[in-house]
Ligand binder design. Structure first.
Ligand SMILES: [Zn+2]
Length: 185
């Protein structure tokens, strides 16, 4: 049993590596701000939910909390950056993970950084990645898809990946970063 199980495990590891093979990026020299909209919330959650004194509608999306109201005053309706903890918690816990995986991840990134700017970076074919940045912070958020959407963090000042864990497509990503972000002189 042990001898049989071991090669199977090896094959599985190899298979996983293949799935995260480096992507073929098409580089661009200038990042343009793009708005990421929450747009695929299912119809069934178009109603008011309450949590304590707070009420929210995840479909619109809207919430009565102060955090939402401040964010909503700064951004357009549906912009992911208006998402507060109440809406995020709803998406994270009530929706199927495959339903709004990118939206949930983008909400999470925005929640930790309300002034973040997003740019959609076209790759080869229909592939793309999202880059999130706030030029007062050295951290760049790269939202990339391998099997699922994941966030990778890169520090511009220290020229290193968060926890020193580099993604598989590291060289291409670093090329994009070098092209688009230059340290102020
Ligand atoms: Zn809220």
């Amino acid at each position: 049993m042990y001898l049989r199980a071991r090669p199977e495990k090896r094959i599985k590891i190899f298979d996983d590596l293949r799935k995260t093979a480096p992507l073929d990026f098409k580089l661009q020299t200038e990042l343009v701000e793009d708005i990421f909209y929450i747009s695929s919330t299912p119809e069934w959650c178009n109603k008011n939910y309450t949590r304590g004194a707070v009420y929210y509608n995840p479909f619109i999306p809207a919430c009565s909390c102060d955090s939402f109201l401040i964010r909503h005053a700064n951004y357009k309706k549906g912009d992911v950056r208006i998402i507060c903890t109440h809406l995020y918690e709803f998406y994270r816990s009530r929706l199927r993970t495959d339903e709004m995986q990118l939206e949930i991840l983008m909400s999470k990134v925005s929640l930790s950084n309300a002034e973040i700017i997003f740019s959609k970076c076209q790759l080869s074919g229909d592939d793309f990645l999202w880059i999130g940045y706030n030029l007062s912070s050295p951290w760049i958020h790269l939202i990339i898809k391998n099997d699922i959407w994941t966030e990778q963090l890169y520090n511009l000042k220290e020229k290193r990946w968060a926890y020193n864990l580099a993604p598989v497509s590291r060289a291409k990503l670093e090329e994009i970063i070098a092209l688009n972000f230059k340290e102020a002189a």
